[in-house]
Ligand binder design. Structure first.
Ligand code: ADP
Ligand code: 5GP
Length: 183
């Protein structure tokens, strides 16, 4: 069986990563990388499906055991990508969908982890603000922090293989499917 590949989706908070990943996951050839995190589950989130929800001690033990291919602190919580499921999915010929923040993506790039690195950009900064506000999941203070961080993250877009502007959702999903050989 031919080896699969890693499809990495990254970009600032509110740019549409989760929405795009949900669409990509309707294809049976795509497998989602379930990250580990120390943040609390949001209503509706399922342990082992959305994230592996870990205590700080458990997370630290995974770091010490070398089980993460990358890990980073994002918005005050720890997040990490597990190595073993990625290797298994790629060996099984799947497209392994990794949705992580910009720091994590650049760590994988620096490690030369093979894959398709896609930066999702909002059409413009005002739209990003509107989408984040519209999602209604952040307090005003957290929202401002995420927007400040987004300005820095947008400057990193040239380090990726591809930049896809999430203006029209269907168009953005189709572009990514074509990049990953899923079209
Ligand atoms: P992220 O996972 O990057 O933080 P989300 O997928 O949660 O972002 O998207 C942020 C908000 O923007 C959500 O409310 C989502 O429904 C909306 N959204 C995503 N893509 C589009 C789009 N192309 N057009 C309009 N709204 C969008
Ligand atoms: P949220 O808490 O909103 O689900 O995610 C916050 C941020 O953490 C998002 O930018 C998301 O892409 C990122 N993230 C999720 N999993 C990982 C991971 O395994 N590693 C890194 N570096 N970032 C992650």
């Amino acid at each position: 069986m031919a080896a699969g590949s890693m499809l990495l989706i990254s970009g600032p908070s509110g740019c549409g990563k989760s929405t795009i990943c949900d669409r990509l996951l309707t294809d049976a050839r795509v497998v989602y990388s379930v990250s580990a995190t120390t943040r609390a589950a949001r209503p509706g989130e399922v342990d082992g499906v959305d994230y592996h929800f870990l205590s700080k001690e458990q997370f630290r033990a995974h770091i010490e055991a070398g089980e993460f291919i990358e890990h980073a602190e994002v918005h005050g919580n720890m997040y990490g990508t597990l190595r073993a499921p990625m290797e298994a999915a790629i060996a099984a010929g799947k497209v392994y969908l990794v949705e992580i923040d910009v720091q994590g993506a650049l760590q994988l790039k620096a490690l030369d982890v093979p894959g398709i690195y896609v930066f999702i950009a909002p059409p413009d900064f005002e739209t990003l603000r509107e989408r984040l506000t519209g999602r209604g999941t952040e307090t005003p203070e957290v929202l401002e922090r995420r927007l400040q961080k987004a300005e820095d993250e947008l400057r990193e877009r040239d380090k990726y293989d591809h930049v896809v502007i999430n203006d029209d959702l269907e168009g953005a999903v189709s572009k990514i499917q074509a990049l990953a050989g899923l079209a």
